[in-house]
Design a protein around this ligand. Sequence first.
Ligand SMILES: NC(=O)c1ccc[n+]([C@@H]2O[C@H](COP(=O)([O-])OP(=O)(O)OC[C@H]3O[C@@H](n4cnc5c(N)ncnc54)[C@H](OP(=O)(O)O)[C@@H]3O)[C@@H](O)[C@H]2O)c1
Length: 208
Amino acid sequence: MDIGIIGSGNIGSTAARHFVDAGHDVAISNSRGPGSLDALVDDLGPNARAATVEDAAAFGDVVLEAIPFAEYESLPADALANTTVISASNYYPDRDGEIDLDGLTETEAVAEHLPDARVIKAFNTMDYETLRDESRPEADPADRLVLFVAGDDALAKATVVGLIEDIGFAAVDLGRLTNGQLMEPGSRIYGEPMTLTEAESLLENLTF
Ligand SMILES: NC(=O)c1ccc[n+]([C@@H]2O[C@H](COP(=O)([O-])OP(=O)(O)OC[C@H]3O[C@@H](n4cnc5c(N)ncnc54)[C@H](OP(=O)(O)O)[C@@H]3O)[C@@H](O)[C@H]2O)c1
């Protein structure tokens, strides 16, 4: 699959590594432009290329955005139309400043900015070192660590779940995009590595 990545930092570059290793083609971008990505794409190998944000957005059947939340309104809505967009960004007011989300969850605000994209919240609950080091493609799904997903488009979500499984993690679907609030910073599952077995047990006993 062709995967565009917007944001080449901790999460963007870690996900790029996994996607390339799983046999996907990646176009990765950042705020400084493709010329700043030579070392990263050299390291990722021939299935990765450096791109502008617009080109990464246009390249991807799926596009991962992993940028500071304060920047979400810079995501190119036209280029991302009819695209499955994985939103990994988290809102930290101390880092991002006060942003009026008008009663929306973080990812609903991203989706409102990208009205013609199929936005799925995922890759936001696990810190990048765990994402980098704890891929278990050979393990039984029950023993893999979980990446949670939420979104309104069932087909897009199934695609994202497939990618998560491709790269050696398990996916747990929390339902509609509005349930993405269960994945936000400070929630019970945020930043807590857990296997699929542990996640299912937690969710059974948890009242959100
Ligand atoms: N770090 C984690 O463990 C973790 C885990 C889950 C989710 N997240 C969330 O994922 C997002 C990224 O986190 P990170 O740790 O990967 O951040 P990071 O290492 O600081 O990387 C951010 C990347 O976003 C790029 N960027 C900034 N503004 C941009 C814009 N307007 N357009 C395109 N690219 C832009 C930066 O470009 P330059 O390189 O050119 O500066 C950089 O490559 C954050 O919202 C964070 O909360 C982080």
